[in-house]
Design a protein around this ligand. Structure first.
Ligand code: PHE
Length: 447
């Protein structure tokens, strides 16, 4: 069977940006900005995204496009008979772990979308009551599992439709919609009285706030948001046609992802400040603080519906990219049909997700290395598997692959006339990225 490709450059961009832009931008980034000092965090983050993580992103696309294979097959093809295939094996398992807990949070978004449509967030609810509402919801048994199931089923439907008529088509409709939604909400938030302080918090850096913890958090977030180290960009890279310019497409993706994270913060922080709330709320920011704000601001009901719709859409385009890694592997290496592979990945992610969901309630006593199941999955993937996976990928591209093969991919066989920038990217991949990633994580561990 012939392998599918994305149709054109816009198709590549929406698929890649769809993977990158997700809960990481709307949920994780704003609360990290809030917790780690606003503009100073954003400053370090820009450096991490464009100088360290973009070259890693490019490396994943190179491995995918060069091998035209799934994450496991890629290493078997490019480095036959070596241990690199273990990196491939881990790259197939990690996204299944991520998609299982990711779709639990996706399920929370589904529930909060329904709540906003039925106008559950109304004036008179206090901030504390909103916190209790969220706590009671996630620790209950059925409601979050139903949300998780709906979310995972939606993901599976898009995947079954295929690369071009599923992933690419969905992205082409949803990604522009997502930008429109977030811009509308940002305009609403920025025009609230008192919003100026929030904008100042986002854009006026206080450099004294930068320390090792801030750097590690910024680098971790850059990995997470660019979907690195878990085989997703590699797998999408294998659907990129030989005509595309890898450096350009990857850079557009990183820029859109960055802009979206900033827009999301502009939709949230000004409102937090306008209501005199604490920006350092942590993970509860989106599900506790925001609904409280929506309940109390003019046209807030509409903003709530738009925001939770955006959250679902953003999460879906990311979860399909995680899901596709396992499906591509099963279809190409194990000869499953696309439908059969989708069912198998669904079952595994569904069951693991149920365990994650229950770990907020009845299973909260089960601890792995002192963490609940959900937190363990989250920490294991974001703090260990993703950075290590990303590090190994740059080492693979920088040192195990032939230099000429890498340059050949970057310049499309010399037809692109971008030799200078390609050599610079290769320099970053070989020296700067591995050393910087190791340094940041070691410093974070030591301090
Ligand atoms: N980048 C996605 C986000 O920001 C999360 C993700 C991580 C998706 C890893 C795929 C792979 O939400």
């Amino acid at each position: 069977m012939e392998r599918e490709n994305f149709g054109n450059r816009f198709g590549v961009l929406v698929a890649m940006a769809g993977s990158a832009i997700g809960l990481g931008n709307l949920w994780r980034f704003p609360y990290l900005v809030g917790s780690y000092g606003g503009a100073a965090f954003i400053f370090v983050y820009i450096f991490c995204v464009f100088l360290l993580c973009l070259p890693i992103f490019i490396s994943e696309v190179i491995v995918g496009r060069r091998s035209r294979s799934n994450a496991y097959g890629a290493f078997k093809k490019l480095a036959p008979g070596t241990r690199w295939k273990w990196l491939g094996a881990v790259s197939v398992v990690t996204p299944i772990i991520v998609v299982s807990y990711y779709s639990v949070v996706g399920g929370w978004s589904v529930e909060y979308f329904f709540k906003s449509v039925t106008l559950d967030f109304t004036t008179g609810i206090t901030r504390a009551e909103m916190g209790t509402m969220f706590g009671t919801f996630i620790s209950s048994v059925w409601a979050p599992i139903i949300g998780h199931t709906i979310f995972l089923l939606l993901t599976a439907f898009i995947i079954v439709a295929g690369v071009k008529s599923g992933i690419e088509k969905f992205g082409k409709i949803m990604m522009p919609l997502l930008f429109v939604l977030i811009i509308l909400i940002a305009i609403r938030a920025a025009t609230l009285p008192g919003a100026g302080d929030g904008l100042k918090y986002l854009f006026k850096p206080d450099f004294s706030k930068i320390d090792a913890t801030v750097c590690a958090a910024a680098l971790g977030q850059a990995f997470f948001t660019l979907s690195l180290g878990v085989g997703t960009i590699l797998t999408y890279g294998s659907y990129v046609s030989k005509k595309e310019n890898i450096i350009a497409s990857s850079t557009y993706t990183a820029v859109s992802d960055f802009l979206f994270a900033i827009l999301a913060s502009c939709a949230i922080m000004p409102a937090v400040f306008a209501f005199g709330l604490n920006p350092q709320e942590g993970p509860g920011l989106v599900f506790e603080t925001l609904p409280f704000i929506f309940a109390n601001m003019p046209l807030g009901w509409l903003a709530a519906i738009l925001f939770f719709l955006a959250l679902i859409v953003a999460a879906l385009t990311s979860s399909i990219s995680l899901y596709e890694v396992g499906v591509a592997y099963l279809v190409e290496e194990r000869k499953y049909s696309r439908r059969g592979a989708s069912v198998l990945v669904f079952l595994v992610a569904w069951i693991l997700g149920i365990l994650c969901s229950l770990s907020f309630g009845p299973l909260s006593d089960i601890r792995i290395f002192g963490q609940t199941i959900f937190n363990f999955f989250d920490k294991l993937s974001a703090n260990v598997l993703m950075p290590v996976g990303g590090l190994l990928i740059v080492i693979f591209v920088g040192w195990a692959m032939k230099k000429n093969d890498v340059l050949d991919e970057l310049t499309n066989g010399g037809t692109l006339k971008n030799r200078g920038i390609s050599s610079f990217v290769l320099f970053l991949v070989r020296y700067v990225c591995p050393l910087a990633v190791i340094a940041v994580f070691l410093t974070a561990v030591i301090f």
